[in-house]
Design a protein around this ligand. Structure first.
Ligand code: ING
Length: 319
């Protein structure tokens, strides 16, 4: 009897990379750009499309703002809403699920960097709130641009859930989360088969100028792919990562959107830093080999030695 887990389970997935979103650009304009790629994804047989982090507005944490009404103009207080209704409607008509990143303000006033997972029937099946917030909480005027996610967002309070949907076990992350192995491992321990995420990653490290240790720009793209290829391989999961890219409000954001197989191989890669859809046929059964051999967690992990990972936040060096 063939291992039922080895029967191909093909999910055709698109990463819908977006180019710059100007501060003055409307949500309607962003949605229109997404609809163009959604229709292309339909023509190419996609069941799922992954849009970037904070896909409805410019990446506003690059500015220090003191007027919270100005800040809240970048947030959504309900989802779907008037701006995103056309996206939900067209995706449902085309029977395509999607991941959408946006700034969420809850009715009781909490602000999160959020993503939702919508299935092929147009239902929100999952929500994730970004846990790893990079950057700083206070204005640092010596920087060429700010990175104030710690000012505008609270750390996510939902953990790293996974959902059985669209024929597989799917999980979500957002941007900086992808740099932390814990992100992949927690979902790996829940059997994730496809981890989808969006990102906004400046090409230069604002803090480099502060620490006068300029990180060479080529390392940005190397690190971008390194962490996700490792995470995919070490947890035998697909990873779909979608950039918001290009020269946005004076800040250059890297592209490099990609689809990564459970082997760690990049099987689709964006070439531009503009709106660009990349597509791959992702056989979720490819996850099985790694999960049953090299990364058969139950056979090989020795958790009695891993305690520090979850009990100690920072480094404590030997005396
Ligand atoms: N952006 C960046 C990211 O993690 C960053 C911040 C860039 C951190 C480069 C470290 C190095 O890709 C977001 N939005 O998290």
């Amino acid at each position: 009897m063939a291992n039922s887990k080895l029967v191909p389970r093909i999910m055709t997935v698109g990463a819908a990379q977006m180019g710059p979103i100007a501060r003055s650009e409307t949500r309607a304009s962003c949605v229109e750009r997404m609809l163009v790629m959604l229709r292309e994804a339909a023509r190419k047989g996609c069941q799922l499309v992954v849009f970037p982090e904070l896909a409805l507005t410019t990446f506003f944490p690059r500015w220090y703002m003191t007027d919270w009404r100005e800040v809240d103009a970048f947030f959504e207080t309900e989802m779907p809403n008037a701006a995103t209704a056309p996206l939900f409607a067209e995706a449902k008509r085309l029977k395509i699920g999607f991941y959408l990143g946006y700034a969420e303000k809850t009715p009781d006033g909490h602000r999160f960097n959020t993503a939702i997972l919508v299935d092929t029937q147009g239902a929100i099946v999952g929500k994730y709130r970004k846990i790893h917030l990079p950057g700083h909480a206070e204005n640092e005027p010596q920087r060429p641009f700010q990175h104030l996610e710690k000012r505008y967002f609270e750390p996510g309070d939902i953990g790293f859930p996974v959902w059985r949907t669209m024929g597989g076990i799917l999980g979500m992350a957002i941007c900086n989360d992808r740099r932390w192995p814990e992100t992949y491992r927690v979902m790996g321990l829940k059997g994730v088969e496809m981890l989808v995420l969006g990102y906004n990653t400046p090409a230069i490290n604002g803090s480099a100028l502060v620490h006068s240790a300029p990180e060479p720009e080529h390392l940005r793209q190397f690190h971008n792919h390194l962490v996700m290829q490792a995470g995919a391989y070490q947890n035998s999961t697909w990873v779909v990562a979608t950039a918001k890219a290009g020269f946005e409000e004076g800040c250059s954001l890297i592209g490099g959107s990609c689809i990564i197989a459970p082997t760690g191989e990049i099987v689709a890669l964006a070439r531009s830093v503009a709106d660009e859809l990349i597509v791959a046929d992702c056989d979720l059964s490819l996850c099985t080999y790694g999960k049953e051999t090299v990364f058969a967690f139950s056979k090989h992990r020795r958790i009695e030695h891993y305690g520090l990972i979850a009990s100690q936040t920072g480094t404590i060096e030997p005396a």
